[in-house]
Write a protein that binds this ligand. Sequence first.
Ligand SMILES: [Zn+2]
Ligand SMILES: [Zn+2]
Length: 144
Amino acid sequence: MTLTGGCRCGAVRYELALEELPLVYACHCHICQRASGSAFSVQALVPEGGLTVTGPVVVHEITTGDRMSIQRFCEICRARVYNTNTRRPGIAVVRAGTLDRSEELVCRAHIYTDFRQRWVTIPDDVPQWPDAAPVAEFLAALKG
Ligand SMILES: [Zn+2]
Ligand SMILES: [Zn+2]
């Protein structure tokens, strides 16, 4: 199927070729809280090769140690749409709220829950980790 999404103003749009709705997780870390201004970020892991983006994208590179996060924003409304990371080649991390069908997403995992705003209640049957999740366990949780 082809999923679509875009920024707040609609200037940046994307298409995503996927078999099913993307795997989605919530990150409660302080960086995500500050970047979003919200309690947590909700992200969809997708193959970068399946993502086709049109419109005025601005790139912002953030280097941490030996890795670089390459953030993509709309030049007009500054909404953050997705990023890639040199540590995870081939994977794009789409801000799940930019998907047109975001109301259908299921959040499969929560990470950095030590930093979660205390009013946020995580369902008991959804895997969670107090900080970063071990990659293999995390991917297994996302796949359900
Ligand atoms: Zn925009
Ligand atoms: Zn985070």
